[in-house]
Design a protein around this ligand. Structure first.
Ligand code: ADP
Ligand code: ASP
Ligand code: MG
Length: 422
């Protein structure tokens, strides 16, 4: 008998019919002798609906008083879906109980809308499992030291599930979603994308951080830290398929580099449209400039991603970096009011219509010419590269947003990702 955690995303929980299907599937696993903990997301569209209502009443602000209420509000989506799932499980003849994050409790810090899990007390859940119940735990939320409800960032139910699996030393955490695994790129953008049978933890971490929203990045971090066996699979297969077949389906996140993975130089392509570019033009080229600009940005708690500094001409240079689009206006204002006057720079310009496209693969460590192949294939499509950033297992480029799909498709083809692995 194993302890297994299942997580079901919003689409998988999207209607009473789908919730009934989830309940039937979970009941099948429980009847096969497993102790089951289930972590659902809110029904699809619900989190957006709730946050939209808040926005109607007051545009987003970053004050803690406001974000506290956003979390109080958004957490109700998962509370509703969890109770519905427990009801559906009971209707299937299973004993079941649901808990909100604060009831477990899942303790977090107080960073509303992006809280981090600090600890999980599993006594109550273990007692229910021992009594033969299926336990449903709300995804996406926790509670801080002052008993405020917190949420873990969009897509955070993945993280709740993996954290619960880690805390309870579950045998496996299965992430059920609306695709049947992790693909070479988002199959919505490239229909020829291929499902990966396995993907290394490091590659998954890069893909998630570079924009593949199939798993929230923090869930991958948790899985790596606590070595949680993690699998992504479809909730849309018939609920009564053979359980052994189901247990082997989808994509397994692996912690060892096997031979097959070594062969694939590029395993996947990720993209994201969430960033904006800011450039400070005519900066005096002298020591301390990067610190002067980025120090002020960091002090304002704004995260910076790709950075480039151009070569100087006549003692002046241009300095560009990207930030989250939501922080763009604040960054430009900060630079204009706080940095430009003391720096003697000419002006700040920006572009919100950019995207970042990345190729990811642990094989890049041992192969040369991968980045140049990427640049060639983009140039053949007439796509101009604005910025480049690399690490051992990824190369990212910042390009005009309007070329995003073209770039992803061209790279997918150039690296033979549509071809079956030999
Ligand atoms: P859930 O509601 O189940 O959490 P998400 O919408 O968060 O589902 O994540 C699943 C979606 O992630 C898929 O529908 C797909 O469009 C998208 N996606 C992006 N990149 C990938 C990828 N490399 N492989 C699979 N799906 C991906
Ligand atoms: N319901 C939350 C969201 O839409 C969390 C999740 O689905 O993982 O972001
Ligand atoms: Mg998700």
């Amino acid at each position: 008998m194993a302890l297994i955690v299942h997580k079901y995303g919003g689409t998988s929980m999207g209607s009473p019919e789908r919730i009934r299907n989830v309940a039937k599937r979970v009941a099948k696993w429980a009847r096969a002798g497993h102790q089951m903990v289930v972590v659902p997301s809110a029904m699809s569209g619900e989190t957006n609906r709730l946050l939209g209502l808040a926005k109607e009443l007051a545009p987003s602000k970053s004050s803690a008083a406001y974000t506290r209420e956003l979390d109080m509000l958004a957490a109700t989506g998962e509370q509703a879906s969890s109770a519905l799932l427990a009801i559906a499980l009971q209707a299937e003849g299973m004993e079941s109980v649901s808990y909100a994050g604060w009831q477990v409790p899942i303790k977090t810090n107080s960073a509303f809308t992006k809280a981090r899990i600090e600890s999980i007390d599993d006594d109550r859940v273990r007692a229910d499992l021992a009594a033969g119940k299926v336990v449903v735990i709300t995804g996406f939320q926790g509670v801080d030291e002052e008993a405020n409800i917190t949420t873990l960032g969009r897509g955070g139910s993945d993280t709740s599930a993996v954290a619960v699996a880690a805390a309870m030393k579950a045998s496996e955490c299965l992430i059920y979603t609306d695709v049947d695994g992790v693909y070479t790129t988002d199959p919505r953008v490239v229909p020829e994308a291929r499902r990966l049978q396995t993907v290394s933890f490091e590659e998954m971490l890069e893909m998630a951080s570079l924009g593949s929203k199939v798993l929230q990045i923090r869930s991958v971090e948790f899985a790596g830290k606590y070595k949680v066996p993690l699998r992504v699979l479809s909730s849309f297969t018939p609920w009564d398929i053979d359980i052994n077949e189901e247990a082997k389906s989808g994509t397994l996140i692996t912690f060892e580099e096997d031979e097959k993975m070594e062969q694939a130089v590029v395993s996947g392509i990720a993209f994201n449209r969430d960033e904006a570019k800011v450039s400070v033009l005519g900066v005096p080229d002298k020591p301390g400039i990067a610190y002067h600009i980025l120090g002020a940005v960091a002090d304002a708690n704004i995260e910076v991603d790709v950075i480039i500094q151009n070569i100087s001409k006549d003692g002046k240079t241009d300095f560009s970096f990207t930030v989250h689009r939501g922080e763009y206006a604040r960054t430009v204002e900060l630079l204009n009011t706080k940095v430009l006057p003391s720096l003697g720079a000419a002006e700040v310009v920006g572009d919100t219509k950019i995207c970042k496209v990345s190729i990811v693969g642990i094989g890049m460590r041992s192969h040369v010419g991968v980045a140049s192949k990427m640049f060639r294939s983009l140039s053949e499509e007439g796509i101009n590269i604005q910025m480049i950033s690399t690490s051992e297992i990824k190369t990212s480029v910042v390009i005009d947003e309007k070329y995003m799909e073209l770039a992803v498709r061209a790279l997918h083809k150039a690296f033979d990702l549509d071809q079956p692995v030999s």
